[in-house]
Design a protein around this ligand. Sequence first.
Ligand code: KIV
Length: 263
Amino acid sequence: MQKITIKKILKKKNKLPIVCLTAYSKNVAKIADKYCDIILVGDSLGMVLYGMKTTRDVKIETMILHAKAVKESTKRSLVVFDMPYKTYTNKFIAYKNAKTVIKLTKCDAIKLEGGTEITNTIKHLVKKGIPVLGHVGLLPQTSGKFKVKGKNSIERKKILNDAIAIFNSGVFAIIIECVVEGLAKEITKNISIPTIGIGASKHCDGQILVTEDMVGLSGFSPKFVKHYANLNKSIEKSIKNYAEDVKMKRFPFIKNVYKWKII
Ligand code: KIV
């Protein structure tokens, strides 16, 4: 099993689609590792796992616990740590936090949300040897509402400029979230590193989804998510059957019981 490196990710541009998913736990990470080029330990875990209203309340300590579990359960995929809100407010804070995160979790790279306003931070981190994955378009840490981006020319121009600016600052790839198709196509054409779309059309060099959305567990189902399973339904059915078995004294069954052998 060969480890996916940043070099390999870069080589896929215009050649092979890049497969990415999020993972927050050991069990999901183990499965995703067999099929994904990149596994993102996303701060979306705040909303998906902890029921927070926004990703802004996610603490770096929480991310570290999940990222450690994910990284320790993977052999192949490139594992990226999503830096939470307010952990990269300037280049020095960003480096201090990123260094700690990499030391404690052994993740391969970090992700930062933003455009021109974080170029100095990206340059500083890259210079210090920390690989950075960019993120433009809809930025959950700062944008508040869930809304498709790039519907007007001012927004399109700004997002394209952001993507070019962070590309020039040294990110190795860029996540483009929830933008109109033409904009994703334009960004992908204008930069020589891979773009990874989430709600950003097939014109990106790769795709990412939040795994819990994709398997129908989170209940979040915007237009861009394809549901490959309905785990919500499966888990509910299992819990309902279990509850009935316990009430009817059908569980534990003989094979679930430890017998007392007299010796
Ligand atoms: O936090 C996250 O899961 C993300 C993805 C939506 C790209 O940033």
